[in-house]
Design a protein around this ligand. Structure first.
Ligand SMILES: [Zn+2]
Ligand SMILES: [Zn+2]
Length: 568
């Protein structure tokens, strides 16, 4: 959180210095911003050890700025620039095709400072006439704004919000003022994006407990501070409700505040049909409470199997629970590997060694190292020779650290469906993940044929982020997923569930639709830094929301079993 804030400030300074024409400063600030993301520990700890200068890209001048921010919560140089450019870079930069230079032109000529003012400038047709813009840019910017709003202005992707949510819960526990702190709501259901955070607590010192929450570093302002509920705005950009509940009705409150709303409505109707009453305090027959202390008791008393939070969307889970036909969905502790990640060798931010050590720290048995192949120039893709060198290093480090590593590649599927590395190179690879990143057409058949050709090549093991969507910046590719699925089943190619928050690809509803096809799913974090490695957990969440059992997921196999599967 603190690192992210600071990284953002440096990246914004990078933007503003670029506008100023100070290329060198701009590059230096951006480099620090990127390195902060790969740190893996709170920079304030590094500051305490007096080791800021050890961070790559931090010289005397930048060190001073970091110190000033840690000590005083501000950076003078940043404030000066910001006075000159009072622009909402954070959101404007999310719009496809909008870099610092264009943002500056919009600001200087039209007074555009945020998405709203950009939108009205576009609607007033003032953007197209600016030098360097034109009709097409104007249309594209409007489209970019529309795509951006698909996440929703007041929603945050789960994978982006979760670290803060966990930190808030850890903080509340550390105060000693709470007896119990439990996450509820859509974050407990692990929805792709969340609009607020619901935390249930029990405490015998409510006043002090509320104050401690309000004063925490994650809160930007208080909306209401009531007796039994405190609502705040989080720095994350969404609200958080802290509800004081009675220990006695914890299960009922948890069930009620976990939702979803539709699930709860269905459950209440079921209770009524059995002559019972269900609310946030318990399950009642007449005036006597028959369940409510724990959540399981409520489902049991209604004649249902326990329903995991990720399934509570009223999409058939209650009927399945009634018939005792719910699948035994995968648990995170059954996931033994991460099958998609990058290092400094292509576009990652950490070394091979760092990625391995941190994967093990996260409890994984083995990983697949999948850097980009040569045609993806923006990501410094590797050619055969660089892969040879890298693979030799992988062998050395993997045996030194005793962490099994599959030598892999995230391989470009070229325009005509051929593959980006020669066959003899691909045969050297343990794990080939094919992907579409470039030259994607509007034509459904053309895109699908291209992917099918790769699937049928006999060289690939898995298809990375199959729909290609980027939440908030790009729509899914126009492809015939059913045909891709059919070919994957036929050719024993896995479909990836990519846990990188902006991808979350395949989405859970598609996973669920495909789960009985016989296709195997491969989970990957698509980590580009050690802190991204946690995204494997969100890939698992998608699998759970897609009703997948461990058998459908190759990451539940041990290293030796997975190698055997690949050999077939
Ligand atoms: Zn990719
Ligand atoms: Zn990738």
């Amino acid at each position: 959180m603190f690192n992210d804030e600071l990284a953002w400030i440096f990246s914004e300074m990078g933007d503003m210095e670029e506008i100023e024409g100070n290329r060198w400063e701009s590059l230096a600030y951006r480099k620090v911003a990127a390195n902060l993301e790969g740190l893996g520990e709170d920079i304030r700890e590094i500051y305490k050890r007096n080791e800021l200068r050890k961070i790559d890209g931090v010289g005397a001048a930048i060190e001073k700025k970091i110190q000033q921010y840690i000590q005083h919560g501000k950076i003078d140089a940043y404030d000066r620039l910001k006075q000159k450019y009072p622009i909402d870079f954070r959101n404007l930069r999310k719009i496809q095709g909008l870099g610092p230079k264009k943002i500056a032109a919009l600001f200087v000529n039209l007074g555009v400072t945020d998405i709203e003012s950009l939108k009205s400038a576009i609607i007033g047709h003032k953007v197209a006439v600016l030098p360097g813009f034109g009709e097409r840019t104007e249309t594209n910017l409007l489209k970019g704004i529309e795509v951006l709003s698909t996440v929703g202005a007041s929603r945050v992707l789960l994978g982006r919000a979760y670290p803060d949510i966990e930190a808030i819960i850890a903080y509340l526990n550390s105060t000693g003022l709470f007896d119990n702190v439990i996450l509820a709501g859509s974050a407990r259901r692990m929805r792709e994006s969340i609009g607020d955070v619901d935390i249930l607590v029990t405490s015998s010192r409510r006043k002090e407990a509320s104050d401690a929450f309000i004063k925490s570093e994650y809160v930007s302002s208080t909306v209401v501070a009531g007796e039994s509920k405190v609502t705040v705005n989080l720095k994350l950009g969404i609200t958080c409700d802290l509800r004081f509940i009675d220990a006695d009705s914890t299960g009922a409150a948890l069930q009620y505040f976990t939702g979803s709303k539709d699930h709860n409505v269905h459950l209440r109707d079921l209770a009524v049909s059995k002559g019972l009453k269900l609310n946030e305090y318990g399950l009642f027959r007449e005036d006597s409470r028959i369940a409510g202390k724990d959540e399981r008791g409520i489902y049991e008393s209604l004649g249902l199997e326990f329903i995991e939070p990720e399934l509570r969307e009223n999409t058939g889970e209650i009927d399945a629970a009634m018939k005792h036909e719910l699948p035994a969905i995968v648990n995170f502790k059954e996931i033994k590997s991460d099958l998609h990640m990058h290092t400094l060798d292509s576009d990652g931010k950490n070394t091979l060694e760092d990625m391995l050590l941190n994967s093990r720290k996260n409890g994984l048995e083995y990983i697949a190292m999948t850097n980009h192949s040569t045609s993806l120039k923006v990501a410094h893709g590797l050619d055969s020779q660089r892969f040879n060198e890298l693979n030799a290093r992988i062998d050395e480090i993997s045996s030194r650290l005793s962490i099994p590593v599959l030598k892999g590649v995230e391989l470009e599927i070229l325009r005509d469906g051929s593959l980006d590395l020669p066959g003899n190179s691909l045969k050297e690879m343990d794990y080939v993940l094919a992907a579409l990143h470039q030259y994607v057409s509007q034509d459904r058949k053309e895109n699908t044929d291209r992917i099918v050709k790769a699937i049928e090549s006999g060289y690939i093991h898995g298809l990375a982020h199959p729909t290609g969507r980027l939440i908030g910046s790009r729509e899914p590719y126009n492809i015939d997923l059913d045909r891709v699925l059919e070919k994957c089943v036929e050719n024993h190619v896995f479909l990836e569930i990519n846990g990188y928050p902006e991808r979350s690809d395949l989405p859970a509803d598609i996973v669920r639709r495909m789960r009985e096809s016989g296709v195997k799913f491969a989970l990957g974090s698509d980590a580009h830094s050690i802190s991204d490695l946690k995204f494997i957990r969100f890939a698992t969440a998608i699998a759970r929301r897609g009703w997948l059992t461990p058998e459908a997921i190759v990451n539940t196999l041990s290293y030796s079993a997975f190698r055997k599967l690949l050999a077939r």
